[in-house]
Design a protein around this ligand. Structure first.
Ligand SMILES: N[C@@H](CCC(=O)N[C@@H](CS)C(=O)NCC(=O)O)C(=O)O
Length: 201
C-alpha cells in the first residue's frame, strides 16, 4: 500500500495507523501548493480534489478521506485491535469519534492555515473550538484513550493536536489533552511515523 502524504497534515493519522498495523507500506510526498507528487506526477490524477491523504491499495484502487482510510487499515489487521469489530456498538463509538474529529475539530482548524481568513473569523472559530476541546478534555481526563484502548481515532486526534501546536493555539488549559499528546507521542509506531515525515524534534 502507498500513502500519499504531506508532513504533519491529516495524512499523519493514516500514517500512524499504517505504522501501528505492522503492514508493509510506502510513502509518496505531495507538494500541497503545486499538487505534484515527489515522483513528479500530477496529484489530481490520484485524488481529483487534490488533498491528502489518499491510500493506494494493493490492487491499485485509491481510497480517500482519512476516516475511511484508517478503518480500512485497521480492518486489515483485526488482531491489532486498532478498531473494534464491525457491527459492534464499540465500532459505532469509533465512527462517532472519527466523525467528530473530522467535522468538529479538523474542519474548525483548517481555516487557521489560510492567511486570507480574517482575524475576526478566526476568533469566532476559536470560540466554537473551545467547548469541543473541552469535551475531549473531559473524556481524556478519565480515560487514556478515546475508547477503552488505543484505536485509529487516537492517532487522528494526535495529528490534530499537533496542528494546535503549529498554529500556536494555546492548549495549556487542557492538561488531559497535553498528557494524551505525550502518551501517544511515546508510542514506537507514532515515533516511526513522525520520523518518516521529518517531524521529530
Ligand atoms: N476531507 C478530507 C480533508 C483532508 C484535508 O484537509 N487535507 C488537507 C491537508 S490536512 C490538504 O491536503 N489540503 C491541500 C488542498 O486542499 O489542496 C479528509 O478528511 O481526509
Amino acid at each position: 500500500m502507498k500513502l500519499y502524504y504531506f508532513p504533519g497534515a491529516s495524512s499523519l493519522s493514516p500514517h500512524i495507523a499504517l505504522a501501528e498495523s505492522g503492514l508493509d507500506y510506502t510513502l509518496e510526498r505531495i507538494d500541497v501548493a503545486s499538487h505534484v507528487t515527489e515522483a513528479g506526477r500530477d496529484y489530481y490524477l490520484v485524488n481529483p480534489l487534490g488533498y491528502v491523504p489518499a491510500l493506494e491499495l494493493p490492487d491499485g484502487e485509491i481510497l480517500t478521506e482519512g476516516s475511511a482510510i484508517v478503518q480500512y487499515i485497521a480492518d486489515r489487521v483485526p488482531e491489532k485491535q486498532l478498531a473494534p469489530p464491525n457491527g459492534t456498538l464499540a465500532r459505532y463509538r469509533l465512527q462517532e469519534w472519527l466523525n467528530f474529529l473530522a467535522t468538529e475539530i479538523h474542519q474548525c482548524l483548517t481555516p487557521f492555515f489560510s492567511p486570507a481568513v480574517p482575524d475576526q473569523s478566526k476568533a469566532l472559530l476559536l470560540a466554537r473550538l473551545a467547548p469541543r476541546l473541552g469535551r475531549l478534555e473531559q473524556v481524556l481526563g478519565s480515560h487514556d484513550y478515546l475508547l477503552r484502548q488505543f484505536t485509529v481515532a487516537d492517532g487522528y486526534l494526535f495529528a490534530l493536536l499537533g496542528w494546535c501546536d503549529f498554529l500556536s493555539i494555546d492548549l495549556s488549559g487542557y492538561p488531559a489533552l497535553l498528557a494524551f499528546q505525550a502518551r501517544i507521542a511515546a508510542r514506537p509506531a507514532v515515533h516511526r511515523a513522525l520520523g518518516e515525515e521529518g517531524l521529530l524534534k
